[in-house]
Design a protein around this ligand. Structure first.
Ligand code: F6P
Length: 505
C-alpha cells in the first residue's frame, strides 16, 4: 500500500518537523523564496512560494513521484496506453489538440466543424440551444464565457443542462423554431436530462426538427435512431472522456462563438502544455508541481478541500468545471490493487470569482477553524483595459494571498488572523484562447499526476451509475409500479411530491 512506501513515510516525518514552523518564517529565512518556489512556463507564472514547503519537501514529493514511476506513466498517457483500465480505453484527449496527429478522423472532424461554422455564419439562424450536462456542458460553457471578447458571430447561444422547465419553457417561448439550432451534446446519447430536454425541443421544432437538430456524440447510432440526420452528427471517440472532451466536436459551440481559428488557438495552448508535461523534468514541470502540492496539502497537511478563485468574471465557471474534472476523476476510494485506500484522494473542489469571494467565504479562510488552500488565477491585463479597475483587481488578489500567508496579530484576539494559510497564484498576461487551453490542460494533467500517485483510476466514473439507475426506479414508482420496494424516506417524499399516499401492497 502507498502509505508503506519510503517516500510516504519520510514525508510524514518531514511534515511533523515542518509543522513547527510558520510560512512567514520561511519567507524571512530566504530572501529568494519567490524565485526558488515559482515557475514560469511560456507566458504563465506559477507562484507556489506561499505553499508550506521547503526544498526538502519538494525533493521528498519528487521521490514520491519517482516511486510511482510518474515519468513512465506520463509517457504511457501520450502513447495511448489503456490508462483507463476498468473500461479498457486510452485517454487520448491530448491527441485532439496535437497539430501533428496522424489520426485522420480527428482532422476530418475539425474540417466538419469548420464547414459547419461557415454554413451557420451564412445562415438565417439567430439562436442555438446547446443541450448537454457535465463534461458536455461545462467545457463549452466555460470557454464561451471566458472568450466572450473573441465572439465573432451574431448567433445567440443558450446552454440548457438541467431538467428545469422554468429554464427551458420560457426560453422556447422566446425563440423562433425556424431560426433556432439545437445541438445535442452527449457522448453516450443516453443521458436522461439531455434526452428529456431533446424530446421536448424536437416537438417544439416541429417541421424544422430534421434540419435544425444536430448531435455531437460517440454514439451516432443512437443519435440517428433519435431522428438526427446522419449528416448532422459530429462524432468523437470512446478514448475521449466526457470531462476531457472540450477539444473534440463537443467544442463546436465554442467554434460557433469565436470562430474556428480561435478554437484552434485554444487547442494550441493546450498542446503547448502537453509538450511541457511530456518533456519537462519533473522538478520544473508545472502540472507535476501542482499535483504534488495538492498531495502535500491533502495527505500530509490534512487539508481536505481546495478553493479555486479566478479574478475574472469570464472565469466564473472555472471552479465548477474543475469540480467535475477533479472530483469525477479522482473521487475514488479503491486502489488499482482492488483494495480500499487508507488515505485521502480527491479534495472537495469549490470556489468563486475574486473579488466577490472576499465578501462571502474568505472570512472563514482567514479566521475559520479549517485551513483551505487556494489557487488564485489572475491576468495582468483585461481586454477592455481600465488601469484603476485592473489595479484594484490585482491588488485584491495579491492582498488575499498575502493575508492568508502572513496573517496579523492584534490586541483583540477576535480581530487577529492566524496566517500560515497556503495558496498558489497563477498569473498570465491576458485571457486568450491559448491561455484558456493552457489552464484547462494544466489541471487535466495535474489530476492525472495525482491519480497515478494515489494508484487510482482517474478516467472512469462508476460512482454515477447508481444514481442513474435509481432515477429509473423512482420514475417507475411515480408511474405506480414497484411501490412496495421503496424505503420509507423515499416513499414519504414521493407522497409529498405526488400529493397522495403511495399504493403499497
Ligand atoms: O456525470 C456522469 C457523466 O457521464 C459525465 O462523465 C459526463 O460528462 C456527463 O455524465 C454527460 O454524459 P454524456 O456526455 O454521455 O451525456
Amino acid at each position: 500500500m502507498l502509505t508503506n512506501s519510503k517516500a510516504w513515510r519520510t514525508l510524514l516525518q518531514h511534515q511533523q518537523y515542518l509543522a513547527q514552523s510558520k510560512l512567514i518564517d520561511l519567507f524571512n529565512a530566504d530572501s529568494q523564496r519567490f524565485a526558488n518556489f515559482s515557475l514560469r512556463f511560456d507566458d504563465m507564472l506559477c507562484d507556489y512560494s506561499k505553499q508550506h514547503v521547503t526544498a526538502e519537501t519538494m525533493n521528498l514529493l519528487l521521490d514520491l513521484a519517482d516511486e510511482a514511476n510518474l515519468t513512465q506513466a506520463i509517457a504511457d498517457l501520450f502513447a495511448g496506453a489503456l490508462v483507463n483500465k476498468t473500461e479498457q480505453r486510452a485517454a487520448l484527449h491530448s491527441e485532439l489538440r496535437n497539430p501533428h496527429t496522424t489520426r485522420v478522423e480527428i482532422k476530418q472532424t475539425l474540417e466538419q466543424m469548420q464547414d459547419c461554422v461557415a454554413a451557420i455564419k451564412h445562415s438565417d439562424y439567430t439562436d442555438a440551444i446547446i443541450l448537454g450536462i457535465g463534461g458536455s456542458d461545462l467545457g463549452p460553457r466555460l470557454v464561451c464565457e471566458a472568450l466572450a471578447p473573441y465572439k465573432t458571430t451574431d448567433l445567440t447561444l443558450h446552454f440548457v443542462s438541467n431538467v428545469d422547465s422554468d429554464t427551458l419553457l420560457p426560453l422556447l417561448q422566446r425563440l423562433n423554431p425556424a431560426r433556432t439550432l439545437c445541438l445535442i451534446n452527449s457522448k453516450t446519447f443516453t443521458t436522461i436530462e439531455t434526452l428529456t430536454n431533446a424530446k421536448i425541443i424536437r416537438v417544439w421544432l416541429g417541421i424544422h426538427s430534421s434540419h435544425n437538430m444536430w448531435a455531437i456524440t460517440a454514439n451516432p447510432g443512437a443519435a440517428e435512431a433519435f431522428g438526427i440526420n446522419a449528416s448532422h452528427v459530429f462524432t468523437f471517440w470512446d478514448w475521449v472522456g466526457g470531462r476531457y472532451s472540450i477539444w473534440s466536436a463537443v467544442g463546436l459551440p465554442v467554434a460557433l462563438t469565436i470562430g474556428m481559428e480561435n478554437f484552434k488557438r485554444l487547442l494550441h495552448g493546450a498542446h503547448m502544455v502537453d509538450q511541457h508535461f511530456a518533456t519537462a523534468p519533473l522538478a520544473q514541470n508545472m502540472p507535476v508541481l501542482l499535483g504534488l502540492l495538492g498531495i502535500w496539502n491533502i495527505n500530509f497537511r490534512q487539508h481536505a478541500t481546495l478553493c479555486i478563485q479566478p479574478y475574472a468574471d469570464g472565469l466564473q465557471l472555472l471552479p465548477a468545471y474543475l469540480q467535475q474534472l477533479e472530483m469525477e476523476s479522482n473521487g475514488k476510494s479503491v486502489a488499482n490493487s482492488g483494495e480500499t485506500v487508507n488515505y485521502q484522494t480527491a479534495p472537495v473542489i469549490w470556489g468563486g470569482v475574486g473579488c466577490n469571494g472576499q465578501h462571502a467565504y474568505m472570512q472563514m479562510l482567514h479566521q475559520g477553524t479549517q485551513v483551505v488552500p487556494v489557487d488564485f488565477l489572475v491576468a495582468r491585463r483585461a481586454h477592455a483595459q481600465n488601469q484603476e479597475l485592473q489595479q484594484v483587481l490585482v491588488a485584491s488578489c495579491l492582498g488575499q494571498s498575502q493575508a492568508l500567508m502572513s496573517g496579523r496579530t492584534t490586541k483583540e484576539s477576535y480581530k487577529a488572523c492566524a496566517g500560515n494559510k497556503p495558496s498558489t497564484t497563477i498569473m498570465f498576461d491576458i485571457i486568450t484562447p491559448e491561455i484558456i487551453g493552457k489552464i484547462i490542460a494544466l489541471y487535466e494533467h495535474k489530476v492525472y499526476v495525482q491519480g497515478v500517485i494515489w494508484q487510482i483510476q482517474s478516467f472512469d466514473q462508476w460512482g454515477v451509475q447508481l444514481g442513474k439507475d435509481l432515477i429509473k426506479d423512482i420514475l417507475q414508482v411515480m408511474s405506480g409500479d414497484n411501490a412496495q420496494n421503496v424505503d420509507s424516506s423515499t416513499a414519504g417524499l414521493l407522497d409529498f411530491f405526488l400529493g397522495c399516499p403511495l399504493t403499497t401492497a
